[in-house]
Design a protein around this ligand. Structure first.
Ligand SMILES: [Cu+2]
Length: 260
């Protein structure tokens, strides 16, 4: 009986560990951690840094050091008369995003690694720096990045040259020709917020092919407020978006998986 019991126990352990391993691999999703770190929680903030943005196209301070694992709250004040923003990212991501912004300056962001601040206002980012290396930040308003509105957070720790900057490695861009029908294709997304009063909806979305826009979280206007009646935060959707009158508007929403 003793031996049988032990064999059963061993079998259980083997099954359990196999399940864990395969679960991790098939999931392939470790929270929201990306190359530059992950969104931080207010409760675990270890340091607050005040940053000023000005129309001289500068961040002050622009060079910041952090410890690996540190969660920093950036209180970002716009001291200028123009709209500015602070976006954390690898240099490659910032440059790519900047090109998108030049094409679509009407974009309104809602991702955790960025904050857009109106003149005279203050915004904040809470970010956890999980990897040693250099995390850039920049204002991606058209013209501002080119004018040198950028800075960096240097995260201390043992720098693993190969791993830390893996995200900067050149990636093969898909070169498949875009079909004409792509302009009518719907984009996948998940609703983050519904704001009927302002006719706005915040969507974490995949690539919007007809607008040549990569996946991110954005605030959209809606063509008709009635389409917000049957949707709620958490719904997984397919939606259509287009540019119109200086804004990016959502013209249709199909709920694929409603939230509970
Ligand atoms: Cu700016």
């Amino acid at each position: 009986m003793k031996i049988t019991g032990l064999i059963v126990l061993l079998n259980t352990l083997v099954i359990a560990s196999t399940a864990t391993a395969s679960g991790e691999h098939s999931g392939g999703h470790h929270g929201d951690e990306i190359a530059i770190g992950m969104p931080g929680k207010a409760a675990t903030v270890t340091r607050t840094i005040n940053i000023e943005m000005t129309d001289a196209m500068r961040f002050t301070p622009s060079n910041i050091t952090a410890k690996k694992g540190e969660t920093i709250k950036f209180i970002v004040r716009n001291a200028g008369k123009l709209k500015h923003e602070m976006v954390l990212g690898t240099e490659k991501d910032l440059q790519e995003h900047y090109e998108v912004m030049k094409k679509s300056p009407e974009m309104e962001h809602a991702d955790a690694n960025m904050v857009t601040v109106s003149p005279g206002k203050t915004g904040e980012i809470i970010w956890r720096f999980t990897k040693a290396g250099k995390v850039g930040f920049a204002c991606l308003q058209p013209g501002h990045y080119d004018a040198g509105m950028k800075g960096a957070v240097v995260v201390g720790g043992k720098v693993m040259a190969t791993a830390t900057f893996a995200a900067d490695a050149p990636q093969e861009k898909p070169t498949a020709p875009q079909l004409a029908s792509a302009s009518n294709a719907m984009t996948e997304g998940e609703i983050r917020k519904v704001d009927k009063d302002n006719k706005k909806i915040t969507i974490k979305h995949g690539e919007i092919k007809n607008l040549d826009m990569p996946g991110m979280t954005m605030v959209f206007q809606v063509k008709d407020v009635a389409i917000l009646d049957s949707v709620k935060a958490g719904d997984k959707i397919k939606f259509s978006a287009e540019k119109s009158g200086g804004a990016i508007i959502v013209t249709a929403i199909n709920v694929i998986v409603p939230s509970n």
